[in-house]
Design a protein around this ligand. Sequence first.
Ligand code: PNS
Length: 169
Amino acid sequence: MTPSSRTAVFAGSFDPLTNGHVDLITRAAGLFDRLIVATLVNSSKQPLFTLDERVAMIRGVVADLPNIEVATFDGLLADFVKERHAHVVIRGLRTASEFSDEWQMALANRHLYAGFETLFLMPSATLTYISSHLVKEIAALGGSLEGLVPPSVAAALQSRRPQRSGTTR
Ligand code: PNS
């Protein structure tokens, strides 16, 4: 491995961070000397949490892992990876159906930056069904977030839940 390949970037929206993401962060941090968890304002999505809120949530959860940096970027992921002198990007693969979109993105990123390598990691089998979309829906409808997201993220999701006033018939 060359020195630059000892740094990896785990890029995503993390809106919000789930236990599936935490599992992948822990696995990737064990494979590389340094892991940059990078999030962004994604113009194609309407996030529930602001960029600052997502960064604070991730920082709080990964505080005990020594080799992790949390960063933000705008523009192309390929440019961010190049600027950081990295060339490995971690993406999680939960189901086979995710593969075609990920495959397309991996090759587009390699078109933009020839050194770009995408490394797919699988989360623990018990976490494969978890997604940020799912946890937001469960939270909005008052369901339990136990085991789905870190406690601090559960608290943030619950504080965003619209308060219901009175009973309707
Ligand atoms: O968690 P997500 O939303 O699946 O992450 C998607 C992300 C952030 C990795 C992707 O949207 C991205 O890389 N956005 C930055 C803009 C960019 O580089 N677009 C071209 C990708 S081929």
